[in-house]
Design a protein around this ligand. Structure first.
Ligand SMILES: *Cc1c(COP(=O)(O)O)cnc(C)c1O
Length: 447
């Protein structure tokens, strides 16, 4: 406890975090992209390698998941302008956000309808490819990967096991792809996991183990059980480089998508991206990909619930995964179940400390307000974890720390030419009944 007091003395913003206040943090460890990248083991080459693997598997995905036919087996999402929502937020937050506000629709990603589809599906495919090459099912990576949909392959993979610990969505993405390939799958669910997610997975033949503990404990239990079985592979949300690399592709692909939309990103046209953050893998990986695509011209901020600000406490204290929200006496249940992670990923937090422009925290009432207003103004339903990005531009413009960030970066007179992207991370799979509950719960909080 004394240690926490000392940390707050050094960085008073941590005091505000402890009091569950909303904060906006601009990152003093931030470095220019080239310098930051040199200090990591990764580069554009790794992103291109991951992209090439996804391209190889597209032939399989197209057959196995017919809903991906339109995109030729590539799992990608559209970008939509939300001008009604922007006008509404401008009015209710009394702010003139003059640049464009777009929503990246990862809620519409095929197969599992959340951002997790990017990292988790990639990791499962990489593992499947390795096994197939190692055991001679596949002679080379030049073969037509449609064979992964064959009975011989399904039978082959049924000798193997994949396990994962999750608040829910990671389990769905891993489960959907791994079951389709033929693997046996065990998903360890934390206490936050919604009932429908458990039922959905059981229905797909996934073994679901319910833990009445938080996410970090569910992962620990899952890892221990998987490690005891030599034919089992564990998708490790706390330490996985493969998940991270899968996510990077999503950021890197934005270059082409923005070009297609006719959106310029350069020193006079800054791009701001706001990413909901749980353990950090998805915002971290996407930020890494965005930085490799746009360098200094993209500014990436992560967003967390005030009840579970695991990346904020990890980075502000510079203790990364050596500290958790419980050390600050935080950690109560949040409506943003997909972000309910008490301890950040050490791998991602250390790797990304010099790339994030900053981060901010959001109270449950604001999650509700954004969810309800978006539904009202744009007829888009997102799950609570997915909405936090939309308030990002307003925090940037209205907080002292946000204003100084813009000032220091020389961006103040360029904001009318800016593009703001709120990354919507999930929602299309939420059953009607659960949607109604969220909407009902949120209706009183419209922003
Ligand atoms: C998991 C998740 C996130 C955050 O991703 P992390 O890798 O845990 O940081 C955001 N939104 C949704 C809907 C999620 O399921």
């Amino acid at each position: 406890m004394n240690e926490i007091k000392d940390l707050i003395q050094i960085n008073p913003l941590l005091g505000a975090v402890q009091r569950s206040e909303e904060i906006f943090w601009s990152n003093p460890m931030y470095l220019p992209t080239e310098e930051a990248t040199k200090a990591t083991p990764y580069s554009t080459t790794d992103i291109e390698d991951a992209e090439a693997r996804l391209q190889r598997f597209a032939a399989f995905i197209r057959v196995a998941f017919p809903e991906t036919e339109a995109t030729d087996g590539i799992i990608e999402s559209p970008l939509s302008e939300i001008s009604e929502m922007k006008s509404h937020l401008n009015a209710s937050l009394e702010t003139d956000l003059s640049g464009r506000l777009l929503l990246k629709r990862d809620d519409l990603l095929p197969i599992s309808g959340t951002i997790k589809a990017r990292g988790a599906i990639y990791e499962v495919l990489k593992h499947a490819e390795e096994l197939a090459l190692e055991k001679g099912m596949l002679e080379s990576i030049e073969e037509d990967y449609a064979v992964f949909a064959s009975e011989a392959f399904t039978e082959f993979f049924s000798q193997f096991h994949i396990a994962v610990g999750t608040t829910g969505n990671l389990g769905i993405s891993v489960g959907m792809m791994a079951r389709k390939l033929g693997f046996n799958v065990t998903v360890h669910m934390s206490v936050e996991a919604k009932q429908w997610k458990k039922e959905y997975l059981r229905d797909k033949g996934v073994e679901v183990i319910e833990h009445d503990t938080d996410f970090s404990k569910a992962v620990e239990n899952g890892r221990a059980e998987s490690d005891a079985n030599p034919s089992s592979y564990f998708v490790d949300d706390e330490h996985s480089a493969e998940l991270f690399l899968g996510y990077t592709v999503g950021g890197f692909r934005m270059k082409k998508q923005l070009e297609e939309e006719g959106i310029t990103v350069d020193k006079d046209h800054p791009l701001f991206v706001y990413l909901p953050c749980g353990i950090g893998g998805s915002p971290g990986g996407i930020t890494f990909g965005l930085k490799q695509a746009f360098g200094e011209h993209v500014h990436c901020f992560f967003a967390e619930p005030t009840k579970m600000p695991s990346m904020l406490v990890g980075l502000l204290s510079e203790k990364y995964d050596g500290i958790s929200v419980f050390d600050f006496e935080l950690g109560g249940l949040t409506i943003a179940d997909g972000l309910a992670v008490p301890r950040t990923s050490g791998l991602v937090a250390k790797l990304m400390r010099t790339f994030f422009s900053g981060g901010y925290s959001v109270q449950d009432e604001v999650f509700k307000g954004l969810l309800s207003s978006l539904y009202d103004k744009e007829s888009v339903f997102l799950e609570p974890a997915a909405v936090a990005g939309m308030v990002g531009p307003y925090r940037l413009l209205n907080t002292l720390n946000g204003k100084s960030y813009l000032e220091a970066a020389g961006l103040k007179d360029k904001m009318h030419q800016a593009t703001h992207i709120a990354w919507a991370t999930g929602g299309s799979m939420v059953p009607e009944k659960d949607r109604e509950v969220f909407l009902e719960e949120s209706s009183l909080h419209a922003l």
